[in-house]
Design a protein around this ligand. Sequence first.
Ligand code: ADP
Ligand code: MG
Length: 361
Amino acid sequence: MICLMDMFNGSKRRIRPFIRLPKRLAAAALSFVLLLLFGCSAQTPEARRELFSMDTYMNLRAYGDNASEALDTAVREITKLDGLLSVTDPESEISALNSGEGGVHFLSEETFAILSSTLALSDELGDSFEITLRPVSEAWGFTTGEYRIPDETELASLLPLVDDGLVALDANERAVSLPAGVKLDLGAAAKGYAADTAADALTEAGVTSALLDLGSSTIRALGSKPDGSAWRVALRGPGGKSTAGVLELRDACISTSGGYERYFEGEDGEIYWHIIDPSTGRPAKNGAASVSVMTPDAFSGDVLSTALFVMGPDAAEEYYHLHGGFELIILMEDGSIRLTPGAEALFTPEGGADITVIGRD
Ligand code: ADP
Ligand code: MG
């Protein structure tokens, strides 16, 4: 500013200008120079929404002229999906399936699409991921908050119901058929699906810069920040309290499954959490505090992070080597970190964690 003032005022006294500008023209020229200098930092319109949906607080942020309207559409889409998929809302389509009576049920187009996509992924993921886990989650009280430790006999009686192969779909009729006792829980997939649906709504409205945080464990970045830099997302440390590091995201999703999201301490002093190994019916404990995956879409990331958490660090690495298509960050309970080379390039750990880059020995 000072140098500009000199140019137009102070300097006038010392140096005789070539051409004397009329006052109005000088003012216009000044505005033009100011615009050139500061115009690029003019704020891109920003819109934000906060909502409580799918049992979590969500924060949505978008930039650009259509951001506000587009976010309203995104919020409507998320709320609609919650209404269809919620296991706590007795009016939801999923609740209607979960009476335990089994039988044939006809579904809306959307619920059928989510169910069939999730079952297809579940099929690829084998024993680690079963949407039919609900009878076991109920036994532990994770569905009500009335926590208890079921004994081996109880778990053994429920485990035969935990098998996604028992869910039969008929695409022509948009129907699902369940044996008696089988109950579904899309808790490991719903937020990812919702993030993608919200992102599609934003893209359709022409938004190219947005950060959709569906409860910290599912984050989808659309493009980069308006200034072109990457979104920076903090990853929670073991126990969920401190920050393990910061991840740069551009047009990608990060999904995290951690034992700290929902857990209780048993009378035996043990911590029991909500991510359960379907082959034992017990919380999956294998040394990982959390598993984060970076994927192009949030739906497969959400499902994958839960499945890889259940598999455990070694099997998760093996899965990565076999399938690829995603980046992986495993925070171990002992504070060490195991991550893939692609994740290493984008992740700045906090403190002096012991880091192993997967596949680089
Ligand atoms: P969060 O919902 O806390 O973000 P996840 O995406 O990992 O975390 O999903 C956890 C939810 O997934 C649980 O609350 C439960 O509903 C469900 N779930 C737990 N274990 C499994 C499993 N092995 N297979 C499928 N779903 C699971
Ligand atoms: Mg998940």
